[in-house]
Design a protein. Structure first.
Length: 211
């Protein structure tokens, strides 16, 4: 027959062990700073922001005049913020891709007219494959830049719910596969402003190097 004190001790130890296990299970996962930092030494081609999704009365579109002007401003901010972080000095920026296209129109893919529909769905995640015509478009694009290894594709820039949201993917043209996919959001504000575009561009740059 077990001694009452020994029985109580046994139950107490079991309870403590159970609490300890529960604490591990419920712990929040650690946030990974700069999850794309391993790609910074690679030569990456950054396409222009392909599509700006908004209504005709969206404040930013009205301020800039056209959706394409919004896209160009965002692309410029992203390039600037990457340079400030010391990242992308050997990357191919959107303006570089546009110049290469202008010189090789009969061969090159128009960087503003890429087939992004396969990248936009929520089900398109890291490890997902993408098909034609995007596959051929990106292979042709990086063929003009022989050292390019990956393509960073800002697919859509949207304004809704008081936020500016960028759908972006890091793609591997050799295998027609996504390495990383995500939506980057600005803080919630009553009206979208230029600062919201800069904020999203900064958060995209932060994926490659911690601020």
């Amino acid at each position: 027959m077990l001694h009452p004190l020994r029985v109580c001790s046994t139950f107490l130890l079991a309870a403590l062990a159970s609490c300890h296990r529960g604490a591990k299970t419920d712990a929040a996962p650690a946030v990974v700073a700069a999850p794309l930092a391993t790609y910074t030494p690679q030569r990456i081609a950054i396409t222009p922001t392909i599509r700006v999704m908004s209504s005709d009365t969206a404040p930013l579109v009205r301020e800039f005049g056209t959706a394409s002007a919004v896209s160009r401003f965002f692309d410029g901010e992203l390039a600037r913020l990457l340079r400030e972080r010391g990242v992308g000095t050997n990357w191919i920026m959107p303006a570089d891709l546009v110049r290469a296209y202008e010189r090789n129109r009969s061969y090159a893919s128009d960087p503003y007219n890429l087939a992004i529909e396969s990248v936009r769905p929520i089900k398109f995640i890291a490890g997902s494959k993408y098909g034609e015509p995007l596959s051929s478009q990106l292979r042709t694009m990086i063929a003009l830049h022989e050292e390019a290894r990956f393509v960073l594709l800002p697919a859509t820039l949207q304004f809704y719910g008081g936020r500016t949201v960028l759908r972006v993917a890091l793609l591997d043209p050799r295998y027609a596969e996504a390495r990383w996919v995500g939506d980057i959001r600005s803080d919630s504000i009553p009206v979208q402003t230029r600062s919201s575009l800069t904020q999203v561009a900064g958060r995209l740059a932060d994926l490659f190097v911690a601020p």
